[in-house]
Design a protein around this ligand. Structure first.
Ligand SMILES: [Mg+2]
Length: 415
């Protein structure tokens, strides 16, 4: 089998509300690039990458000379063809590779008539459990509904998500408001859901000292882990010795060099595996194997996904033995998807692992067209800016937090 064509299409899909994070916000929508790999046997494999626009579409177009004629089952060869580690000093293609790896695994699974998890060693579970992923949010600019700013609003939002989806773990994305406010919100969740577990992720916004203070203030709660409280392996290592809660990261251990450094001089306890950041599903499986050997925890990370990327997370979650934490997904904040049959559904906090050949998802062409046009209409947005304070670029550690007393309803127009 040979690759005969590559296609990349940038889409934007609406979110229920603008989602705030330490560096800025998702401005009420996700921008994603959908990749299709066509073969001489008529099979089409699907991939997905975060962000997009003309530059992303052209980046995939630019890889055609490397990949036309390549056998999609030759995955290690593809890794060295487009992202060997020394050439990557000049052309960082990790995330492009990830999307292409998804598509090639999809094609190979379709050809063999087996789901992708069978190509990864087989599944160990039929469904993958997920945490509720709770964000502080601005209200919808049109309806005025959906604001999450206060502890009461947060608990109400979590209660709704738990009622709809059955989550038994709750992740609070912080680093938006001053730590004292977010601590109050986190403790309110613990009080509202005493039977559930919790995780807090301020995206490395806190100083080491603030991170220690916060970590000590949640030590009595039912925490899964404390995610990226501060920046850098060294900051995390300093903090780790001062708090009782296990630390996790999706920022400072995202490749094998960093994983080795963390094993030689531990700074983080739980490695959050992201199929895009690590360059594909297979690198995540390899990393999970290293973590299994050294008894580090692992979980499945979400960098924002539509159904294709979600499928990669499900196949990964099905295949790795040491998945002892629920996964994260932004997915339930989306209003729609580009896959046939509509959005994946949660049941009892879990999503079933696809069983159809390949990734088990197919494109809904009408939706692809609809959201491609929506992207053309709305364009991109500055992920690292808050629409409620555009001039406030964040420092690390963050010092200019939003004011939790003020209810904003900023415009989401970027044009
Ligand atoms: Mg994180």
């Amino acid at each position: 089998m040979k690759i005969t064509d590559l296609r990349a299409t940038t889409v934007t899909v609406p979110l229920e509300a603008p989602l705030l994070h330490a560096n800025g916000a998702h401005w009420g929508r996700f921008v994603r690039t959908i990749v299709e790999v066509e073969t001489d046997e008529g099979l089409v494999g699907l991939g997905e990458m975060g962000g997009g626009g003309e530059s992303a579409e052209l980046a995939f177009e630019g890889l055609k000379p490397y990949l036309l004629g390549h056998d999609p089952s030759q995955l290690e060869a593809m890794r060295f063809k487009i992202m060997n580690p020394t050439a990557s000093l000049y052309n960082n293609r990790t995330q492009l590779h990830a999307a292409l790896e998804f598509a090639c695994l999809d094609v190979v699974g379709q050809k063999l008539g087996v789901p992708v998890h069978d190509l990864l060693g087989g599944k160990l579970r039929d469904q993958v459990p997920f945490a509720s992923y709770l964000f502080f949010r601005y209200a919808d600019p049109e309806t005025g509904e959906g604001e999450v700013r206060t502890a009461a609003q947060l608990v109400e939002h979590a209660r709704r998500l738990k009622g709809e989806n059955g989550f038994a773990s709750h992740k609070l994305k912080g680093g938006v408001y001053p730590p004292a406010h977010e601590l109050g919100c986190y403790r309110a969740l613990a009080e509202a859901f005493p039977e559930d577990t919790l995780r807090y992720d301020p995206n490395a916004a806190l100083s080491v000292e603030e991170g220690i203070r916060f970590g000590r203030s949640i030590g009595d709660l039912n925490n899964d882990y404390y995610e990226d409280p501060t920046w850098g392996l060294n900051g995390m290592r300093r903090l780790r010795g001062m708090v009782d809660v296990p630390l996790s990261t999706n920022t400072v251990v995202i490749d094998f060099e960093q994983l080795a450094a963390n094993i030689l001089d531990p700074a983080v306890d739980v490695i959050l595996l992201d199929t895009t950041f690590w360059g594909g599903i297979r690198p995540c499986v390899k990393a999970a194997g290293v973590c299994e050997t050294f008894q580090l925890g692992v979980a499945v990370h979400s960098s924002g996904e539509l159904g294709i990327q979600l499928a990669t997370m499900l196949h990964l979650g099905a295949a790795i033995p040491n998945l002892t934490f629920s996964a994260d997904a932004h997915y339930h904040h989306l209003k729609d998807d580009v896959v046939k049959g509509g959005k994946f559904e949660y049941r009892d906090g879990s999503i079933r692992v696809p069983e159809a050949p390949g990734l088990g998802v197919r494109l809904d062409r009408d939706k692809l067209e609809l959201y491609k046009e929506l992207y053309k209409e709305l364009g991109g947005y500055p992920y690292d800016r808050d629409p409620g304070g555009l001039d406030l670029y964040p420092l690390v550690p963050k010092q200019r937090f939003a004011d939790p007393q003020v209810s904003l309803r900023p415009s989401l127009s970027t044009t």
